[in-house]
Design a protein around this ligand. Structure first.
Ligand code: FAD
Length: 331
C-alpha cells in the first residue's frame, strides 16, 4: 500500500455512559480545518452501543461522514474491543490522519491502535498544523516540558496523535450541515486479550471539571495556605465558578492535582480566569492564556502574569479579594 492511498481525517468520538465528550467535538473542529486545507473529508468513528442518536450532532460539528460501530461488547469502554473497532474503522476508511483525545481512554486506546497498525503515534499534542508537503506537524511538550517538539511521520500512515482536551476549538454548531451516516458491521472477536467489563462504579463524590467551567478563580503560592483558599471559594461561589490552582499550590497540598492548570495540568479556556498570587510562569500560562478575559491579582507589579492579563490589580490577595467579594454581593 502506497502512503498516497491514505486520504482524509478520522476522529475517534469518545463517549462515556452514552455522552459524547467535548474533546471529540473539539477534534472534529480541528479535523474540519485540516481537511479543508488538504481538500479531504472528515469521518467520525462513533463506537459503543445504542449511540447512533449522536450521529447528527457529529455532522453538525464538522463530520462529513459518521461511521457508527455498535455491538454488545462495546457498551462499556475496554481496550481490546475498542482497539478492534478502531482498527476496522481505519482499514475501512484508510485515513491519512487519525485523532484521539488525550484523555484516560484516548491515552489507553491510541497506542494499541497504532501498534496494531504498525504506525507511529504522537501523544499529548498541543497543536497540529499541515506542512507545505501535506504532512501533519504534531507539536507537544518534550524533555519534561522544557521544549516544544514538532514531530512528523514521513514514512507511515495513518499519522496518529492524541490531543489535549481544551486546546482545539469546536466549530460553531451548524444545524443545517448534512453528512453521510453509515452503520458499519463491526466484528468483535473475544480473543485472549478480551476482558469483559461488568460494570463501572461512578465516584460517589461528584467531581467538577475545571475544563467545563466558564469562570475559574485560580490560586498560587501567593495564597499562602490551604485555609486561605477559602477566600477563592467564596469568590468562585459568587461568580458561579470553580477554583483551580498553579502547580506550586498543588505541590503544597492545597489543591487536588485534577485542579492544576498548565502544561502538566489541564488546559482551560473559561470566559473569565482570575489568577490570584500566581507569578505567571510559562508552564502555567500555557494552560490558561486562551481564556477570554484574564484578571490577575499579585502584590509584585513586575509579575509576568500581568503580561497576559487584560486587567491587573497590584495588591495583597488577602485585602483585594474580600473587597471584591463584598462589592459583588452589593450588585
Ligand atoms: P510562584 O512562582 O512562587 O509565584 C507566587 C506569586 O504570588 C508571586 O508572583 C508573588 O508575587 C505572589 N504573591 C505572594 N504573596 C502574595 C499576596 N499576599 N498577594 C498577592 N500576590 C502574592 N506550573 C503550573 O502552574 N502548572 C503546570 O502545569 C506546570 N508544569 C510545569 C512543568 C515543568 C516541566 C516545569 C519545569 C514546571 C512546571 N510548572 C507548572 C511550575 C512553574 O514553572 C512555576 O514554578 C509555578 O507555576 C509557580 O507557581 P506560582 O505562580 O503559584 O508560584
Amino acid at each position: 500500500m502506497n502512503i498516497n492511498d491514505y486520504k482524509g481525517v478520522l476522529v475517534y468520538v469518545e463517549q462515556r455512559f452514552g455522552e459524547v465528550q467535548n474533546v471529540s467535538l473539539e477534534l472534529l473542529g480541528k479535523g474540519r480545518k485540516i481537511a479543508d486545507e488538504l481538500g479531504v473529508h472528515v469521518v467520525a468513528a462513533l463506537i459503543g452501543k445504542d449511540i447512533e442518536k449522536h450521529s447528527k450532532l457529529l455532522v453538525e460539528y464538522g463530520a462529513d461522514k459518521v461511521l457508527v460501530m455498535q455491538d454488545d461488547n462495546l457498551e462499556l469502554y475496554s481496550t481490546e474491543p475498542y482497539t478492534q473497532a478502531m482498527v476496522q474503522a481505519v482499514n475501512s476508511e484508510m485515513p491519512e490522519i487519525v485523532l484521539f483525545g488525550a484523555t484516560s481512554i484516548g491515552r489507553d486506546l491510541a497506542p494499541r491502535v497504532s501498534a496494531r497498525l504498525l504506525t507511529g503515534l504522537t501523544a499529548d499534542c498541543t497543536s497540529l498544523d499541515i506542512s507545505e508537503d501535506r504532512m501533519l506537524l504534531m507539536t507537544r511538550p518534550a524533555f519534561g516540558g522544557n521544549i516544544m517538539a514538532t514531530i512528523v511521520s514521513p514514512d507511515h500512515r495513518p499519522q496518529m496523535s492524541t490531543v489535549r482536551p481544551g486546546v482545539m476549538t469546536k466549530m460553531e454548531r451548524d444545524h443545517n450541515r448534512t453528512g453521510e451516516i453509515v452503520n458499519y458491521p463491526v466484528k468483535i472477536e473475544r480473543n485472549k486479550n478480551f476482558i469483559e467489563v461488568l460494570s463501572f462504579e461512578k465516584e460517589t463524590e461528584e467531581k467538577q471539571d475545571i475544563q467545563e467551567a466558564t469562570v475559574l478563580v485560580s490560586g498560587g503560592r501567593g495564597i499562602g495556605s490551604k485555609d486561605n483558599f477559602g477566600l477563592l471559594y467564596d469568590l468562585a461561589d459568587e461568580l458561579n465558578g470553580l477554583v483551580s490552582a498553579s502547580r506550586a499550590a498543588v505541590d503544597s497540598g492545597w489543591m487536588d492535582h485534577d485542579r492544576q492548570v498548565g502544561q502538566t495540568g489541564k488546559t482551560v479556556r473559561p470566559n473569565l480566569y482570575i489568577a490570584c498570587g500566581i507569578s505567571g510562569a510559562i508552564q502555567h500560562v500555557a494552560g490558561m492564556e486562551e481564556a477570554e478575559l484574564i484578571i490577575a491579582v499579585n502584590k509584585d507589579k513586575g509579575a509576568k502574569i500581568f503580561e497576559v492579563a487584560d486587567l491587573g490589580i497590584v495588591g495583597d490577595v488577602q485585602k483585594v479579594l474580600p473587597f471584591v467579594i463584598e462589592e459583588i454581593k452589593k450588585i
